[in-house]
Design a protein around this ligand. Sequence first.
Ligand SMILES: Cc1ncc(C[n+]2csc(CCOP(=O)(O)OP(=O)(O)O)c2C)c(N)n1
Ligand SMILES: [Mg+2]
Length: 251
Amino acid sequence: MTKYKYLQDKALKLRQDTYNAFIETGEAHVGGSFSMIEAFLALHEEIITKDDKFILSKAHASYPYQIYLRSHGFNPKITTHLELDRKNSIHCTTGSLGHGFPMAVGMALSRKKTNKLGNIYVMVGDGECQEGTTWESSLIAARFKLDNLVLLIDYNKIQALDSVQNILPLDNLPAKFKAFNWSVREVLDGHNFEQIISSLKNGGVEQKPFAIILHTIKGKGIKAFENSADWHARKVKGDDVDIGKRALGLI
Ligand SMILES: Cc1ncc(C[n+]2csc(CCOP(=O)(O)OP(=O)(O)O)c2C)c(N)n1
Ligand SMILES: [Mg+2]
């Protein structure tokens, strides 16, 4: 039994609950929801404290986030993207790609200026990194030495319609963030809790914002749906319903 067996169990349960909600509502972003589950859980179960904030910039993956919040004493609406709902731990409206990261930079900067404790954690997609605001935000975060800011990049190599490489390559992402004067860690298996948690705990350095680049698999957990742009936003219906249910141990 691995040290993080309890997190693996939680990951399976969150995938199951998310998948059932997709079927129930007819809304689905299986790919990007499932690629971030381990990083999301590692952060929320092992790292985040009450002083910290989490921003889901890639808000098309709202379902696992909202479902998780619902099982932890909050009651957000289940929506395809996120609407500001502070009492339910949703700290900004996101869904238009390239907005959550700049808002997170603003929050981290405000905390620095007012000597407020706590980190701002923000999760973006790799396709989302093609937005110009990503690079403007990265410059600003380094300029103001925002060591209270942690950027998690869900590097699943696929965006909405095709691979990131075919559309607009990010190439050497770690080198880019290093060149922007960030502290950088690469997690080679973004579904391995040990690797994710070790990076989150050991990667930050003083005076620099911190980027964690997680190599992940879009659609992770349902082999037939993995690594495919088809499953970015495809509704789960027909024969696919049971293919997914079987893979997740629901039937
Ligand atoms: C500004 C903007 N343009 C387009 C979209 C439509 N859209 C939603 S998700 C997505 C692809 C995002 O790819 P990525 O960031 O790699 O997400 P992931 O692979 O994690 O699902 C697109 C184009 C959007 N939400 N906002
Ligand atoms: Mg992607």
